[in-house]
Design a protein around this ligand. Sequence first.
Ligand code: NPW
Ligand code: ADP
Ligand code: K
Length: 464
Amino acid sequence: MRGLWTTARVRSAEERVLAVTPPGALMRRAAFGVASVALELLGGRRRVGLLVGAGNNGGDALWAGHHLRRRGVAVFAVLLAPERAHPEGLAAFRRAGGRVVAELPPVDLVVDGIVGLSARGPLRPDAAEHVARLDAPVLAVDLPSGVDPDTGAVDGPHVRAHTTVTFGCLKPVHALADCGDVRLVDLGLGPELGGPDLVELELDDVGAAWPVPGPEDDKYTQGVTGVAAGSATYPGAAVLSTGAAVLATSGMVRYAGAAADHVRARWPEAVCTGSTTDAGRVQSWVVGPGLGTGLSAEAVLRGVLEAGVPVCADADAITMLANNPDLWDARDPGTPLVLTPHDREYERLLGPVGPDRVAAARRAADRFDAVVLLKGHTTVIAGPDGRTLVNRARSSWAATAGSGDVLSGVLGALLAAGLDPVLAAGCAARAHVLAAELAADGAPVPASVLLAALPDAIRAVRPL
Ligand SMILES: NC(=O)C1=CN([C@@H]2O[C@H](COP(=O)(O)OP(=O)(O)OC[C@H]3O[C@@H](n4cnc5c(N)ncnc54)[C@H](OP(=O)(O)O)[C@@H]3O)[C@@H](O)[C@H]2O)[C@@H](O)CC1
Ligand SMILES: Nc1ncnc2c1ncn2[C@@H]1O[C@H](COP(=O)(O)OP(=O)(O)O)[C@@H](O)[C@H]1O
Ligand SMILES: [K+]
């Protein structure tokens, strides 16, 4: 598990550490970390450029330039606000033989010290012009400048980092946006930080949580997943969602709906009926993919919400809840509900997602007293208790029709197995990303192939 702390939390921890640390010591430690990673990336090459802003982020870059000079590297600095450049950092840089220039000459690596934690919004025009001219890889100090530290949002010119060196702890930007390879330099903030604001599950966490049958188990004890999805128009959604539940966990999957023949033909192990009313007992329901939004679909959703087992409400189920708020009343208040909207479905529920996906997911979790999994390249999972997970895809191949149906089936199976719903959502999202990576391997991947890669993804995360 990787914890991430917002800038406000980092600042208050830093204040307490600064109060008991000699002046400048934290910055020099941070800068030494930047210089060490720069030397590693240079691999023997010897020319570095610095882009230096007005704040302490620029100070870090100048001190890193000082360390690099001492290791014999030629270092050139562009000062974006010369009169406000960090005075001690600039003096040390000059003393060590660093050269201040109006424009960077050809270099092997650029250190981005334009802005750090205090900045908001895109790069200003002068900084953006320098960044647009770069052709060397960029090592970002703390975060790629122009990317919002707390939301990862990008709204104009920004730095694209090959590597980011950050200090003290990871911040939301490091999980929500592309920061390249992220390295952490310890500043001793740990004891002052408290619990993280956001958490990113690692593969080991997913593997440890994934349900595995024991010697005493049979097909019922592991939780039976119910899938209420598909229609005459969209049988494929039922096939994909049911198949994902079949592959995600051992045990049993019941399918109930109009696509029973299609599901049976593809997944003979699923127990299929035409209606949720005669489906038999289940320990969770997945409802919505390809279901339609008519009166009969509403009746299905109502029945599932009343059933008293955890529900994953996806796709058309979300649209129905948005269109007909009376449906919320059918919900059994004591049982978990996981909503899995993409941005357009979210908008139907609560208006535009906006640039802050974490805040949006939390808003919905709070409003609906549900776990909300806001899908996208960066998926955010918020629980009604405030827990928040983020899961960033490494590629965008999963942006393909039907891939959300696969996610819903995996999530439903993990709910049936009894996983805590926030953890279930986090594990499903992580395994889905991994299956997409394994299946795509650099080329487009249809959802049915992503689905077929689920067993490989599960094998890859399970402890040896
Ligand atoms: N605290 C610590 O213990 C440690 C902190 N450390 C380091 O300090 C960093 C935080 O430093 P910080 O607070 O000085 O602010 P920082 O992010 O460098 O720059 C803000 C300045 O930039 C400007 N500016 C704003 N927006 C902008 C934009 N879009 N485009 C361009 N310019 C923009 C704005 O100026 P103004 O608006 O006045 O023109 C403001 O002056 C942190 O990320 C880490 O690297 C490490 O040394 C470890 C120890
Ligand atoms: N740009 C992207 N990069 C990576 N994954 C993405 C991207 N866009 C969407 N996804 C993922 O693909 C899936 C799409 O789900 P959804 O929009 O419901 O598709 P469908 O309704 O066709 O099944 C989600 O798991 C989402 O997180
Ligand atoms: K930076």
